[in-house]
Design a binder for this molecule. Structure first.
Ligand code: PEP
Length: 250
């Protein structure tokens, strides 16, 4: 089966003004994009609706986070139902910055994932090991533990709503990209795990994308790997080269 190539742009807490947002969006609106790639951008929550209104319709919009409750006394949170109501189809969950800086553990990430999918969102589900875990040969163990929490809670959920982002923490925002061999090996191991933990069909059809210092100059080589189904891009998604990354398989 062919899995549709997927490229997501995670703007993180950038840009800080609407003006900068417009030039970013204008660049994407005027670019020639490979129509066979599913392209998604994740601006900060305050910009989700204006970005959706001005962005070309063949690029989707993602939230960078969501809570698991629908409504209530949860100051500062946004619910999956509110995102669906605003016409936002995707949410990033389990990003390493949320796991580390905001102390989100695998159980919470899994609970949020279940709530997001139940509300009708698709989830970009992030996993990945730190440098010390890689050096201790724990890459598989860490990725599997992070995934297992989701597998346990998703049960018979619709896995077509899940895109797994393998993002080694040592590669995020560091300029140290995984080699294509390292990415392929980790992705193949994740797919094998999915085959055993969920089903061979889910393993075959689920997109596993790579994130960590992807740029226009390294994306083409990474995109040749058979289990690399796209990218989650941070820093380079704020630059014109993001278009080249969307077009990595063109
Ligand atoms: C990310 O934040 O998901 C990411 C991959 O960042 P960068 O591309 O900057 O490493």
């Amino acid at each position: 089966m062919t899995r549709q190539f997927f490229v997501g742009g995670n703007f993180k807490l950038n840009p800080i003004t609407l003006d900068a947002k417009s030039s970013l969006i204008d660049g994407l609106n005027n670019a020639q994009l490979d129509p066979s790639t599913e392209a998604v951008i994740a601006p900060p929550a305050i910009y989700l609706i204006p970005v959706k209104q001005t962005l070309r319709k063949d690029i989707k919009v993602a939230a960078q986070n969501a809570y698991f409750k629908e409504s209530g006394a949860f100051t500062g949170e946004v619910s999956p139902k509110q995102l669906v109501d605003a016409g936002i189809p995707y949410v990033i969950l389990g990003h390493s910055e949320r796991r580390t800086l905001f102390h989100e553990d695998s159980a919470l990430v899994a609970t949020k994932t279940r709530a997001a999918i139940d509300a009708g969102l698709s989830v970009i589900f992030c996993i990945g090991e730190t440098l010390s875990q890689r050096e201790a040969n724990e890459t598989d163990k860490v990725c599997q533990e992070q995934l297992q929490a989701a597998v346990d809670i998703l049960k018979e959920a619709d896995w077509s709503k899940v895109v797994i982002a393998y993002e080694p923490v040592w590669a995020i925002g560091t300029g140290k990209v995984a080699t294509s061999a390292q990415a392929q090996e980790a992705h193949a191991d994740i797919r094998t795990f999915l085959g055993k933990a969920v089903s061979p069909a889910v393993a075959e059809s689920t997109r596993i994308i790579y994130g960590g210092s992807v740029t226009a100059s390294n994306c083409k080589e990474l995109a040749t790997q058979k289990d690399v189904d796209g990218f989650l891009v941070g820093g380079a998604s704020l630059k014109p080269e993001f278009v080249d990354i969307i077009n990595a398989r063109k």
